[in-house]
Design a protein around this ligand. Structure first.
Ligand code: 5GP
Ligand code: ZN
Length: 111
């Protein structure tokens, strides 16, 4: 059994509010939402962060990115959304399984 939190969520070993999944990725609600809509898009494959990306991950990353507009629409984010990928401790990453934050709804704070 993996000791990675997000691997365990992807495997269905830990509960999560899953809104979408396919053979390559799983999308679920963040447990501590920072916006009205706050989803996490993760690959099923364990990749620690952007620092570990390899050329063979290109199609997987594109697949995840291409899911975002439809996910946002399904969540009612008609006017737009924000994506964040934290990388490494200095980048604010807390869970070391690559994930894309999808945020939106209400007034997002400035950047
Ligand atoms: P990071 O700081 O690594 O970019 O983001 C990790 C995110 O995972 C945080 O926004 C945090 O709220 C979320 N998170 C941490 N543990 C869990 C969990 O067990 N379930 C869910 N759904 N989200 C989690
Ligand atoms: Zn993992």
């Amino acid at each position: 059994m993996s000791d990675c939190l997000f691997c365990r969520i992807a495997a269905g070993e830990l509960p999560a509010d899953v809104v979408y999944q396919d053979e390559h990725c799983v999308v679920f609600k963040d447990i501590h939402p920072r916006a009205q809509v706050h989803l996490l898009v993760i690959p099923r494959e364990h990749i620690e962060s952007l620092n570990e990306l390899q050329p063979e991950h290109n199609a997987l990353l594109a697949h995840m990115m291409q899911r975002l507009p439809e996910l946002a629409r399904q969540q009612g984010l008609e006017t737009g959304f924000r994506t964040i990928i934290n990388t490494g401790r200095g980048g604010g990453q807390e869970v070391f399984h690559l994930h894309i934050h999808l945020l939106g709804g209400g007034a997002l704070s400035g950047f």
